[in-house]
Design a protein around this ligand. Sequence first.
Ligand code: ZN
Length: 423
Amino acid sequence: MKASLFLLSSIVSLVSAVSVPRTTEKVDYTGFKALRVTLPESSSELEAQIEELAIHVLNPGVAEHLDVVVSPDQVDAITALVSDTTVLVEDVGAAIAEEGELVSSDDEMSVQAVPQESWFTAYHPYADHLTFLRDLQAGFTSQSEIITTGTSVQGRVLTGIHIWGSGGKGSKPAVIIHGTVHAREWITTMTTEYLAWQLLTKYGSDATIKAMVDKFDYYIIPIVNPDGFAYTQTGDRLWRKNRQTVSSSTCLGRDINRNWPFQWSTAGGASTSPCSETYKGLAAGDAPENLGLRTQVDQLRAGRGIALYLDVHSYGQYILWPFGYSCSAVVDTNAAYRSLATRAAAAIRAVSGTAYTFGPSCSTLYATTGSSVDHIDQVGDAKFALTIELRDKGTYGFVLPANQIQPTVRETWAGFVSMVQDA
Ligand SMILES: [Zn+2]
């Protein structure tokens, strides 16, 4: 371990409150299949039966098809229920292996030097992501600081970085970026970190980036669901929610992105079942992680205001804006959103040909209640609040191979530059 005592102790103090999860056995996905099941119309009962048979639903909420992970002995039961079934991933265990080994900072980084671009060629353990932020910030102390906003269920501090330009700290409207609210979406951690890394390391050499940093204050939290993320590395690679208990059930976890107060009580865009991937919680905003994020949004709204909010997700290749809670309600800035998203999608496509679909969240993808973008547009009074669903379209889904990290972060950067210029 090359970390200095100072660094080591600061990391230990961040994670020391973490209690050990009750089960530490890792889910083995060898031989499990990812299936795309095309559903007939109005088939909610059938959908419930399939969800019961599956170990995970990968795209909860999508109406026309379900992507599910099933154990080898349940495949026949599902194909007996629905004839229109295709295999997305033949062996999920093999796909997870292909994603690449976790590379720790001991191997890849010289501690307390500014992280190098090679960071974006592998996935990393949770603790190393904190080291990444601290090392990046330590290289640019006059225009960045580490920020925290609240604590997770298991006591991990939600940790990010605040970046500012020539106007000085806190002088400009906010750009907020959140990553990894859904624990299994590992490409979003890497992408969110890349945006921060670009803004700081290229500020002095790239006029476009200098103009971006001088225009706004950036508040970037790469992992807003740290307990879930840690659990994807020690327990279940395909875990989505936080790790919060509810007394009425043995199932764990709230979907932090169905827990925001705006339109939380509206039916149809989240689940009231604690076992569901989209469990909304017992009350609006009752996930501690959501409280932390909400506190940040409230403070920035009351300060210089919020120019742009970006919630980074995978997979599907979508750029989405409000509303999620209703497919008929139209946000009054709809035309401005469409213009911004059109240009961002074109910028992404120009880098590598990757095609994004864009539109209002509910009518383009599916209904979501208690979502970040609805809340931050309406309650946070953000000029723009968008969700981006990164690569791919289901071939690898959440377990995008490490050799796709750099192509993904680079094309997403181009889309982000376009958004900032239009915000
Ligand atoms: Zn997500």
